[in-house]
Write a protein that binds this ligand. Sequence first.
Ligand SMILES: Cc1cc2nc3c(=O)[nH]c(=O)nc-3n(C[C@H](O)[C@H](O)[C@H](O)COP(=O)(O)OP(=O)(O)OC[C@H]3O[C@@H](n4cnc5c(N)ncnc54)[C@H](O)[C@@H]3O)c2cc1C
Length: 499
Amino acid sequence: MIRSNHPDVIHPYLKDASNLSGGYAQEVVFPEDEDDVAQVLEEACRTKTPVTVAGNGTGLVGSRIPFGGIVLSTEKLGGLKHIHQAAEEPGYAVTGPAVTLRALQEAVSAKGLLYPPDPTEQNAFLGASVATNASGARTFKYGATRKWVRRLKVVLATGDMLELRRGECLADKEGRLFLKGFRNTIALKLPQYRIPEGKHSAGYYSAPDMSALDLFIGSEGTLGVITAVELVLIPKPQELFSGIVFFGKEENAWQFAHQAREASLKNRASCAKDQIDASALEYFDSHSIEILRSAYSQIPQRAQAAIFFEQEIQPESGKKLAEQWFLLCRSHQALFDQSWFSQSPKEHTEFRVFRHAIPALVNKILRQHNQQKIGTDFTVPGEHLFDLLELYRQSLRDSGLRYCIFGHIGDNHLHVNLLPQNDLEADWGWQIYRKIALQIIQWGGTISAEHGVGKIKREYLLDMFGPSGLREMAAIKKELDPCLILGRGTIIPEEYLLD
Ligand SMILES: Cc1cc2nc3c(=O)[nH]c(=O)nc-3n(C[C@H](O)[C@H](O)[C@H](O)COP(=O)(O)OP(=O)(O)OC[C@H]3O[C@@H](n4cnc5c(N)ncnc54)[C@H](O)[C@@H]3O)c2cc1C
């Protein structure tokens, strides 16, 4: 196992995509299998040395940035091992943590299969996307990462190991879990707080009858190191129909998305064939359109908003379905003749690239000003979608800050990206962020739908679950990581661990 304390080796592990600064570490270790991981953790436990687990560094909340101790890089822990494909049963993949989502998707696609979660950042490692319960555009139809994980291997901070399968090791009626490690059995009391419906990646998961593996999904490297994952796969859709529909007014795009969402949910529930059933519904506001114009001069002049939609189709039903989407466009005053509809898989891929371009362009602007991104990751229950859009508009329009709003409108999950140009603006941005977060919590939403809490969103987790929720999380952490070495500073503030 390689270990290095050379500053040049350590340096890349002191950052992620959050721009959080100030990280430092004494060493980086590169375990090559789970025995190496156990050895590193046992030693760290003995010496009370903090350990920060690192994936591929695309996280947006600073959770992989160390503030002392050692970094445990997962990159030599192995990638994809096996893809199982058989007629009449779901496919599955067995993999180590270090396969990128892009490589995983390409490998399963070559076998005619699909791993449905679709996070925008394809360079993320699978292990980390389990650790953050990542989701993406297709979550509207297929749910988040959690739904597709059916087995995990985890090395605990003590060096003990767990092998957990969905449907096994369930929480009992009192909300207790008994985890059988290779060495010890650990009893845990699950938190009593209510997890919001829909997308959610903020703090430890808790639900009646839940499988033990769900506790580790979304735990952001604070409860154990994920060393193996088994994923459920589905047959790859035969064809896709997609479009980027432009609108002259943002409100028309909101209504279009709402109608498309309602129709999709209804048709999906009734298994209606050849009807609107989007797998992705993504929004771009006027500010996002302005930013995108720097890379796409062909965006219509009058466009003030856009929706990207995608639907899986059977080749024979393509024409009929396209007509339904066109009808929906026309009934919401879309700039129909200037909108883009895919005629080929190549065009479909180009539309996805267009969707994925916006966060990358935002990050480029932030780098120019050397500022940290202020990005919301809130969702609200469906009945508050329009309230949410109005709240964003009212809070931001007169703020004097540069911003844009884009993302997963089908899941009531829009990313507001504030682009401060200096520290003063950044302070102001965080004040606005907090005000919005408090309202989201009142509406029963979540402060993090997919990025996690990390080191930069802990105070909002406290707003959401209160001190009692934090204490319940801390109690779990102390049972699984009695030396308190893993992911220090992530999710749970220190004061809850040290009392
Ligand atoms: C442009 C852009 C777009 C993005 N779009 C999306 C999106 O659509 N959806 C989404 O969900 N996220 C998105 N993200 C965020 C990011 O890609 C995800 O959070 C991703 O899961 C992080 O993966 P990573 O390999 O980079 O992990 P890192 O950033 O290195 O680590 C993330 C967390 O996972 C933990 N971790 C890593 N590996 C393990 C392991 N094996 N065991 C235990 N813990 C581990 C780390 O300790 C850390 O807490 C985006 C980021 C960028 C920059």
